[in-house]
Design a protein around this ligand. Sequence first.
Ligand SMILES: C[S@@+](CC[C@H](N)C(=O)[O-])C[C@H]1O[C@@H](n2cnc3c(N)ncnc32)[C@H](O)[C@@H]1O
Ligand SMILES: [Zn+2]
Length: 265
Amino acid sequence: MRRRTLDLLRCPSCAASSLVPDADVAEPALIFGPVRCLGCRRTWPVHEGLIDLAPERANATGLQQAMELPWVARSWERYVRPAVDAVLTRGQLDRDSEYVAMRSMLGAPPGPVIDLGCGPGLFLKKLVRDLPTVHVIGVDVSRPMIEEAMAQFRELQLAADFVRAEAPPLPFLDASLGGVLASGMVHFVADLDGLLAEARRTLKPRGRFVASTYDATGGVKRLHQSAGLHPRSEDALKASAERAGFIRFERIRTGPVLVWSAELP
Ligand SMILES: C[S@@+](CC[C@H](N)C(=O)[O-])C[C@H]1O[C@@H](n2cnc3c(N)ncnc32)[C@H](O)[C@@H]1O
Ligand SMILES: [Zn+2]
């Protein structure tokens, strides 16, 4: 992984210190081996472009279990996501329109951008191509999803670094990021307030949090909640963003799907 990605990371164990290469190499541009926390001295594995900051994570529950199956990761872009999109939006919002909406809400990010819950990298690939001068990093808790993304990046000869981590927290230093993009991810997170508080901590002034998610009511909502998902209304998203200190809440709604953004002062 690239040194400039390592320089953004914060140790998830002691939540205080920076990570440095474990090997005794002066200022390497690329990191191949483990990295060490300057505070608690804990080491974290690095393989190719992936740093694993969730090595001892317990097994996933609910629908997240599916996100951690290799066959779902491999078929996500071609089969699974289109099926989910068709059910949620009844064909009203295709993935390209979703990306265009999110990209325009992201604006001109004042620093590195993370694709949180990047999955196999559908939007990460677009970001890397659209923002060639911006440092873009993929973050996901699912190892098979990141492995699929890395395979696709190798095949397409695109470069990105990947961080395996379960949010919240976000394993980045304070005020280190210019944008957080999270497509189809926030409804997997029970603690949205906690996630947005972390986005607030890690974003620079004027940095934006941009997400796509969906709303549901009544029995459908309860059914989804029983599968470990957290559909939320526009009002709930806005209130959570405001509690975290974000301003300028914007949203585009297509059926139950909400593409929304909020900005730091
Ligand atoms: C529905 S997929 C969306 C993938 C991709 N962003 C897209 O739009 O096609 C949700 C992704 O979020 C990841 N995810 C879920 N909860 C997460 C968490 N707490 N921290 C990091 N990633 C998470 C899952 O592993 C999965 O890859
Ligand atoms: Zn530490």
